[in-house]
Write a protein that binds this ligand. Structure first.
Ligand code: NAD
Length: 432
């Protein structure tokens, strides 16, 4: 099939590469000229495991192309996938729909023949109706259907998740559109549950799923706080509750709070929708507030650890919102760093992939190290903020020699408490 993807970011690019790998002809469109220049010259613009090689293979085969021209991609497409950003509105925190509306306006003129316009961005309920109206007004003769095609990929596993999704949800109110999407997802037939639902149900599923996962993280973080006070161990508790198949083991890892470009924004957007519809979504509201406060609480723990040291130097390992990605959007690590900077503390930071993105936000307010040894050199406390596997393997003896004071705040519970303490560190972690 011929596919146009509008928006070539963390979702659009892996999706484009994935569909090309399945044998489709894919044109990825972005209005960011710099991004398209890089991609056209063979440079992958995000860090994702397995993306580079698949990207190169498909560019070479001619199945994957990049352009800034809406016309070039849309006029030949059977399916146009909208994957632009839906960031939070700075004041109301509702999803800012400006990019979706612009994309709908811009693509409308170039629709030719029957085309399915699929919204992959995470969008408020009713967006399908809006997109349909925008296109219809702009191009009354266009022959098209609008469907909702929510994306559930996890950053860091985008390629894996494209080919092995837990489910594919398709929200379509037209049989004709369902037929086209059945064809598009034929390679997944029999391997993955493909769920056809009403368009508004599909739009709701995405927010309901993310809000549930965010609440699960917030729940285990609150339980971790409880364990710290009550002398219990959160891992024993998580194991004990996770063995109940109604609860399950996943998403029961305590940490510095949920973050990233999705959970904070989507919980806020869902809460906003609840208020709009006059529906009480108090569980979600509580998780949002508690998760926001958690970052400050974590920064306070770090401040407490260095309170007796004049002009303390803090070593930060990890800036990305989780391992496997260079994405720093709404990263708990970045929020904790920003909180610490309010107190004019000296911070040296290192992340294996996210330095460039972090530097765009932190500027010259911190010192950047180029490896683990450099970041801990002369530090009074080491703070672990992203769960990169290599941080689990750090050479603790070497680090102890380099540090001013052997103190670790492990806010991701990466290290073995006994081992760290035996080497002579003062060690603090979460919920145990
Ligand atoms: P992103 O910011 O990485 O990428 C969006 C891209 O869209 C940018 O490159 C931007 O230049 C481009 N764009 C904006 N308007 C455009 C237009 N009119 N024409 C062409 N290009 C345009 O965003 P993302 O992280 O890929 O997220 C995209 C959507 O997918 C969001 O709604 C997000 O909530 C949702 N989502 C994201 C993830 C994730 O893990 N990042 C997972 C599931 C769903």
């Amino acid at each position: 099939m011929k596919i146009a993807i509008i928006g070539t970011g963390y979702v659009g690019l892996p999706t484009g590469v994935g569909f090309a790998e399945l044998g489709n002809e894919v044109v990825c469109i972005d209005k960011d000229e710099g991004k398209i220049d890089k991609l056209s010259s063979g440079q992958v613009t995000i860090f994702e495991d397995g993306l580079d090689e698949m990207f190169s293979n498909n560019v070479r085969s001619g199945r994957l192309k990049f352009t800034t021209s809406m016309k070039e991609g849309v006029e030949i497409a059977d399916v146009v996938i909208i994957a632009v950003g839906t960031p939070p509105h700075p004041i109301t925190k509702e999803a800012d729909m400006r990019y979706i509306h612009e994309a709908a306006e811009e693509l409308a003129d170039f629709l030719q023949g029957y085309t399915v316009v699929a919204t992959k961005s995470t969008v408020p309920v009713g967006t399908g109706d809006e997109v349909e109206k925008i296109i219809r007004e702009r191009h009354p003769q266009a022959n098209f259907d609008v469907v909702s095609l929510p994306e559930f990929l996890r950053e860091g596993f985008a390629i894996h998740d494209f080919f092995n999704p837990d489910r594919i949800v398709i929200g379509a109110n037209s049989d004709k559109a369902c037929k086209v999407l059945r064809e598009l997802y034929k390679p997944f037939d029999g391997k993955t549950q493909i769920l056809f639902v009403r368009r508004r149900s599909s739009e709701t599923i995405k927010y309901a799923a993310n809000a549930f996962l965010a609440m699960k993280i917030h729940y285990i973080n609150e339980m971790a706080n409880f364990c710290e006070k009550a002398g219990a161990d959160i891992y024993e508790v998580a194991k004990g509750i996770g063995l109940d198949s109604r609860i399950g083991h996943r998403f029961l890892n305590p940490g510095p709070g949920y973050g990233g470009s999705c959970f904070p924004k989507d919980t806020n957007a869902m809460a906003y929708m609840g208020r709009q519809y006059g529906v009480n979504l108090s569980l979600i509201e509580t998780a949002i507030k508690g998760n926001d406060e958690r970052k400050t609480e974590m920064a306070n723990r770090v401040r407490e650890a260095i309170k007796d040291v004049a002009d303390a130097q803090i070593a930060v390992l990890g800036l990305a919102f989780k391992n496997g990605t260079d994405d720093c959007r709404e990263s708990p690590a970045m929020q904790i760093v920003s909180e610490l900077l309010k107190y004019n503390l000296r911070l040296k930071v290192y992340d294996p992939q996210a330095m460039e993105n972090a530097a765009k936000i932190l500027g010259n307010k911190v010192t950047y190290a180029s490896n683990i040894k450099e970041v801990v050199d002369g530090a009074d406390v080491l703070v672990l903020l992203t769960e990169w596997p290599e941080f689990k393997e750090i050479n603790l003896e070497e680090i102890k020699d380099l540090m001013n004071t052997p103190k670790i705040m492990d806010l991701r519970n990466l290290l073995d408490p006994q081992k760290v303490r035996n080497i002579g560190f003062e060690y603090h972690s979460i919920g145990r």
